[in-house]
Structure formats: structure tokens, C-alpha cells
Write a protein that binds this ligand. Structure first.
Ligand code: DGJ
Length: 725
């Protein structure tokens, strides 16, 4: 098993393909972190020393005064508030006496194959028991009776560990959890750059890099979603490490609501890293006997730089996060009417688009926003999920029939969590909308948000969606979410429970996702939030793909997709060719191929010439589907390093096939450069499908290919495919 416990030394060791994670039960039952990084052999365990450190002014446990121990400087597995550790806490409990002193010490542990599910929460899973092993460490605060079980799962093949915490009230009085981070990691130095993915609507997940500095630094969201602004991902890259070499630690939270991700560098130059539910507006009262489960965090280590880290995330998510019938199944190639028609459509117009799509070689037609209520613009009708028969004569069924008769699958758009003040459902149930007493209800895109903490709201949504989903042969659902949450409160929650509102909101949303996906297991659900505003592993647990961005311009998409690729695989990345301005159809295709692929345009505006090009693109998509979606990604030229060109490569797992793509964003005079491949077998000889030329893996990786004869004008691109002889 990937986890061992040395009973004599009281040391735990979690091993994965390329990493070891080691900690011990120290004196007075403190859980002390020893090491996380490249793999260490088991026989070294006895040589692991604690970093004994003394710190003046730091008060210490009175039983350990003769040792060089101080809770303020020791590296811990859990950072407790108020009992000597002055760094940011990962756990803070306000006990029945009113103080927030929290002090967890080891009680017992168990190790077993496989991985437990997290009740009500998305989480990675084991396919078989030998996929991973789990360590549960029970800790207790003897004074308050609060218990925290630290959960660690080591994924042997993937150099990844998941962590979460379960808090239990084993006392006879209620207490309040004020902060419960999913993990605490105390690294011994601070010689790292911190990498995060920032952005906004239409420009999500752009890479930002800053050196760690003393004090606190980090990111988070307080928007009621994981947000366009800061993805719940961060990485620490050893200074001097790069895309291909050196230590990279990646952290990703499996959560879709308010979160915080922080690093504190202390006066000893140690780095405390943590991620979890945002604690600035959080509190959770736990009655005697009750439990609270934190969301899960994924920790990846690679000594092959950022590229190695990303490939580990990709394989892990493809195998142990994405679920259901669409896991590893080729997704239908779709056309979506949104950018083609917006709200201005009827059944005949939609069928005309579908007909064009079928004749062009596509597999599915998706009807986007505007099919229900009186939604002729974005000011009304969300929540009234009843078909608008002025647009779709006779309802949805005749339209689905006409599309199916063409030989296409059918998809539909919903935004279940939203409610328009101008809607029948709002007029009937104004308290179903998130609000607080005596304050205006702020609107975003003229809409409010449904109170997903309420079971009656969730039942209404499940039932009204089922009116359509249960009675029509629908293959795909786009689940949108187009504003953030304000005046966060529920009419049903008592005052002492309002502090946990955001977490209850997302638990309610996950519950609806769960009910819909269980009731309609054939449905391919695509997550969306004004593009990629809720692009996180929590959503991926329910929807095997997420619309990456409302920005479909190929050149902008390069930056977005490179950033997204830091931890999310191509198979989950919603990407379409659209009519957007800046490039021709070849570049649009080359960029959208790095994703689920599809089209989002008005066929009436496509010339015959462009349509012929689109037909050939569709053939290519089918041919290279597995290579792109399940191959290994190598970023060859990154937008954060080079403003002129971008290039990426997919290599099949057995290294028998690869393809690479180069896009010139802006032409640069005097370019005659060689591009070097990565990740090939040096001994294999690869034949280029397009030119018939043969090269060894060694030549391709070391000397590289000349790009002299390939398109390199502004916005131009090309892709080449190779197979081993
Ligand atoms: C935002 C999405 O990202 C778009 O693709 C589209 O579905 C609109 N919402 C519809 O309102």
C-alpha cells in the first residue's frame, strides 16, 4: 500500500509515483510535518529529524520547555489557533466558554485501501481499491472535546494526494467552527514563486507569478462561486525551476463557492500553505454529536516543473474526478445557436441551423438561452422553465423530433440557480430568492439568485426541469450561472445559521446537480458561468466538461487555454469555433481543437468556401480525439514567455503518436526558428502525416524542426501530426 506507519518512530509515509509525504507523532502528541517532495526510500525514515527551532518571544508548551520546541515555529499538519502557533491557523473553533483556543493532538489512526466519499461534497474517487490508499488521523482537543479527523488519500500512480478534515463535536455543548481549512502544509523554506490564475469575464485563468515574500499572500473568492477572478488553484514553483524542470507543487480546491488560498512566510523563512472555505464570512455551529466535512484539496508534486505538475492533474482528473457515462467517451460535436441568434429565434430558424449542422458533419444541436417564459431578452423569465410556444410551436417535443429526424442529438440550456424578478415564479414566491430583510435585492443581468439552501426550491427546480428532461429525448444540458451572490441570506435559516449561508448554498446546488445527474444518467451536462466563472474540480465532479470562456476569439483563447491547462485537462475544456473577428477558420479550429470542440455561429453568414473548410476540420477532430483529450500535454511556447507565438503538443501515452500546433499571434520580422518537441521516445522514428518526412524522436527533441516553410503571419497557425514507424 502507498501508506506506511513506522510504529517505533511514529512516522507516517505516503508514497505516490513521484512523491513522498512524511510526518510524525511528536512529543505531547503534536502532529509534526517532516517532508513533502520527490520520492524518498523507506529505509531513510529513521534519519528524518524534526526541525528543532527555538524562537524568542514565542511561548511554548510548558511540558516541552527542556526541548527546542515552540508551537510558533514547528511545522504542523494542522495549524491550531491561539495555543502558541502565531501563524495563520487552519483550524479555529470558538468553544462554549467563548474563547477560540484550539489545540488538536493525535489520538489514533487507521490506514485502508481506497478512498471514502465526502457526504454531500464532490471529491476524487477510487476506481478500484488499488488506485489509492487512505490515512485517517483522529486528533482531539482534550479541553473542549472537539475532534478533527485529518483525511489523506495517496494516489499511487499520479503523484497526487488529497486532503480534507472532518470536525466532530464529541462534547456535550455546542461550539462554533470559525475556520476549517482543508489542509495545512508547512514547507521548510520560502524559495518559491507563487503562481495563480486571475481573470475576469471574457478573460479567465491568466497566469500570474510573484515571488513569495514574508507575511501573508494569497487569493480567494467571496462571490458565491469559485469565480472568474481567481481560480481555486495555486502553485509553488521553486525559484530557477521552469516548465520542464524543478520542484512544482500544485494545489486545487474541489469546491465551487467562497474559498481562500494562502501562503504565509514566517520569520524563519518557512512557508505555511493552506486552502479551504473562506472564513471571513463563515461560521458553523456544531451541536453535540454532529460532524462537519470540509471540501477536499488536491496536492500534486512534480520535479518535472510546471509541465509535469499539469500532466499529473490531467491524468488524475480524467481518471479519478470525471464520472458517469461520458467519462472517456467521445463527446458529440455540437453546434450551439447562442452566438448565431441570441434571443431572436423560432423553431424553423433552429431547425435550419440543425440541418446545416447535420449536412456539415456535426453530431448535436444545442438550443441556448431564450426558449422559455417570455424571454426575448435577458431581463425576465428565469425560473419560469416552461416553453415559449410563440417561439417553439407545440412545445419542445416537435422541435426535438425534427432535430432527431435529421440524425442529430439535442441539447438544451438552463440556468437553474437564477430567478428573474420579472417572472411568474418570483411573483408567487418572492422569498425563494436570496435576500436579507430590509435591504434592496441587488440585481446582476437583471436577475437574482434562487435560495438553494431551501429544499422546497430544489424540489421545484428538479420537478420543473424534469417536465422537460423526463418527457423528451434530450442528450445534453448546458448549466449556466450568470451572476455573483449579494445580500447573502435565507428566509428560512435562523440567525445563528446564516453565517454558514454560502456553504449551505453550494451544498444545495451540489444536491441539485446530484439529483439531475442521477435521474438522467445519459445526459451530458456542461458546466458554464458566463463562460468560465465556475471552472473548478467541484463542478467537474458533476459535469464532465465546462464552457471555458465567453470569449471565443482564437487569439484571446490561447492565453485562456494555456492558463486553464495548468491543472485542467483538454477533455473538460469547452471550446468552440465562432464567427469572431481576428483569425481565419484554420486558426479558430487549431485552437478550439484543444478542447471539446464545436461551433457557435450563424450558418447563414458562412460562405461555401468556409463551410468546405469546416467539413475537413470535423474529420480531423474525430481522428485526433483520443490523442488530444487523453494524451499528455506539453506546452512548447507559452504566452507568458513569448508575446508573438504559442505552441503546444499532445503525445499519446505510449509515445507512438503526437501532434503539435503553432499559432503566430503577431508576425515578428526575421523569424527562422526551430521548435523542439518534448516527451517523445528518442529511439523511435516518427513519420509526419502531412509531409511524409521521417525524423527520430532524438532529432525532434534536441535539434527541433525548422518552421521556416510554415504559415507565420499575424493570426496564422498550423498543426502537424506524427506517427511512430
Ligand atoms: C452565458 C454563457 O456563457 C453563454 O454561452 C450563453 O449561454 C449565455 N450565458 C446565455 O444567456
Amino acid at each position: 500500500m502507498a501508506i506506511l506507519f513506522d510504529a517505533e518512530k511514529k512516522i507516517f509515509k505516503l508514497d505516490t509515483a513521484g512523491s513522498s509525504y512524511i510526518f510524525k507523532i511528536y512529543d505531547e502528541n503534536y502532529l509534526v510535518h517532516l517532508y513533502y517532495g520527490a520520492k524518498i526510500p523507506d529505509y531513510e525514515l529513521p534519519d528524518f529529524e524534526c526541525r528543532h527551532m527555538y524562537a524568542s518571544f514565542s511561548a511554548s508548551n510548558a511540558h516541552l520547555l527542556t526541548k527546542d520546541f515552540s508551537a510558533d515555529v514547528f511545522p504542523f499538519e494542522i495549524g491550531c489557533n491561539g495555543c502558541g502557533d502565531m501563524r495563520i491557523s487552519s483550524l479555529q473553533i470558538r468553544n462554549a466558554d467563548g474563547n477560540a483556543a484550539t489545540d488538536m493532538r493525535y489520538v489514533s489512526h487507521k490506514i485502508y485501501p481506497g478512498k471514502p466519499a465526502l457526504p454531500g461534497l464532490p471529491a476524487l474517487y477510487a476506481n478500484t481499491d488499488d488506485d489509492c490508499a487512505t490515512l485517517e488521523v483522529l486528533t482531539e482537543d482534550k479541553v473542549t472535546g472537539a475532534q478533527a479527523t485529518l483525511l489523506y488519500t495517496a494516489f499511487e500512480k499520479h503523484a497526487a494526494i488529497t486532503r480534507s478534515v472532518v470536525i466532530r463535536n464529541a462534547s456535550d455543548k455546542p461550539f462554533e467552527i470559525e475556520k476549517a481549512m482543508s489542509f495545512n502544509l508547512d514547507l521548510p523554506d520560502a524559495d518559491y514563486d507563487l503562481l495563480t490564475l486571475y481573470g475576469r469575464h471574457n478573460m479567465e485563468r491568466l497566469l500570474e507569478k510573484r515571488p513569495l515574500a514574508h507575511g501573508r499572500q494569497g487569493i480567494g473568492s467571496r462571490r458565491g462561486s469559485s469565480s472568474h477572478q481567481q481560480n481555486p488553484f495555486m502553485a509553488l514553483l521553486r525559484r530557477g525551476a521552469n516548465e520542464d524542470h524543478g520542484d512544482a507543487y500544485g494545489f486545487n480546491l474541489v469546491y465551487s463557492c467562497n474559498y481562500v488560498a494562502e501562503v504565509e512566510v514566517d520569520f524563519n523563512n518557512s512557508s505555511r500553505v493552506m486552502m479551504g472555505i473562506d472564513d471571513s464570512d463563515f461560521g458553523w455551529t456544531l451541536a453535540p454529536g454532529e460532524e462537519f466535512w470540509s471540501p477536499e484539496a488536491v496536492l500534486v508534486y512534480s520535479n518535472e516543473g510546471l509541465g509535469g505538475m499539469s500532466r499529473t492533474f490531467h491524468r488524475l482528473y480524467n481518471n479519478n474526478l470525471v464520472r458517469g457515462e461520458w467519462k472517456r467517451k467521445q463527446r458529440p460535436l455540437l453546434i450551439n445557436n447562442w452566438e448565431g441568434t441570441y434571443f431572436d429565434f423560432d423553431d424553423d430558424k433552429l431547425v435550419a441551423i440543425a440541418k446545416w449542422a447535420k449536412e456539415t458533419g456535426l453530431d448535436m444541436f444545442v438550443m441556448d438561452d431564450g426558449w422559455f417564459g417570455v424571454r426575448n431578452d435577458d431581463r425576465r423569465s428565469l425560473g419560469d422553465w416552461v416553453v415559449n410556444e410563440n417561439k417553439l410551436k407545440g412545445g419542445i417535443a416537435p422541435l426535438v423530433k425534427r432535430v432527431k429526424e435529421l440524425g442529430l442529438r439535442f441539447g438544451i440550456w438552463y440556468e437553474p440557480e437564477m430567478i428573474s424578478p420579472d417572472s411568474d415564479i418570483y411573483r408567487a414566491h418572492p422569498d425563494w430568492c436570496i435576500h436579507v430583510p430590509n435591504r434592496d435585492r441587488s440585481q446582476g443581468r437583471w436577475q437574482c439568485v434562487m435560495d438553494m439552501t431551501r429544499a422546497d426550491v430544489r424540489d421545484y427546480l428538479f420537478n420543473i426541469m424534469s417536465e422537460v428532461l423526463a418527457h423528451n429525448d434530450i442528450d445534453y444540458l448546458k448549466w449556466d450561472f450568470n451572476r455573483n451572490i449579494t445580500e447573502a441570506g435565507s428566509a428560512l435559516l435562523p440567525p445563528e445559521r446564516q453565517k454558514g449561508f454560502f456553504h449551505r448554498y453550494i451544498l444545495g446546488t451540489y444536491d441539485l446537480f446530484d439529483r439531475i445527474t442521477k435521474a438522467y444518467p445519459h445526459l451530458l451536462v456542461e458546466g458554464c458561468s458566463g463562460g468560465g466563472g465556475r471552472y473548478d474540480p467541484g463542478i467537474l465532479y458533476y459535469t464532465p466538461q465546462i464552457w471555458c470562456s465567453d470569449n471565443t476569439d482564437a487569439l484571446s483563447r490561447i492565453d485562456i487555454q494555456f492558463g486553464t491547462s495548468l491543472c485542467y485537462p483538454a477533455s473538460v475544456q469547452g471550446a468552440h469555433v465562432s464567427a469572431s473577428r481576428r483569425t481565419g477558420y484554420n486558426t479558430k479550429k487549431d485552437v478550439a481543437m484543444w478542447g471539446t470542440f464545436g461551433y457557435e455561429l450563424d450558418p447563414a453568414k458562412i460562405s461555401d468556401e468556409d463551410r468546405a473548410v469546416i467539413k475537413t476540420q470535423i474529420e480531423g477532430y474525430h481522428k485526433y480525439y483520443d490523442l488530444i483529450h487523453y494524451g499528455d500535454l506539453y506546452r512548447l511556447i507559452c504566452p507568458w514567455d513569448d508575446p508573438y507565438k504559442a505552441a503546444w503538443e499532445f503525445v499519446s501515452e505510449d509515445k507512438s503518436e503526437f501532434m503539435f500546433t503553432v499559432v503566430t499571434k503577431f508576425y515578428m520580422e526575421a523569424q527562422n526558428f526551430f521548435i523542439k518537441m518534448k516527451g517523445l521516445d528518442p529511439a523511435k522514428r516518427y513519420v509526419c502525416e502531412e509531409t511524409g518526412k521521417v525524423f527520430s524522436g532524438a532529432l525532434l527533441m534536441n535539434a527541433g524542426l525548422s518552421l521556416y516553410h510554415y504559415p507565420n503571419g499575424d493570426g496564422e497557425s498550423f498543426a502537424l501530426h506524427f506517427k511512430a514507424e
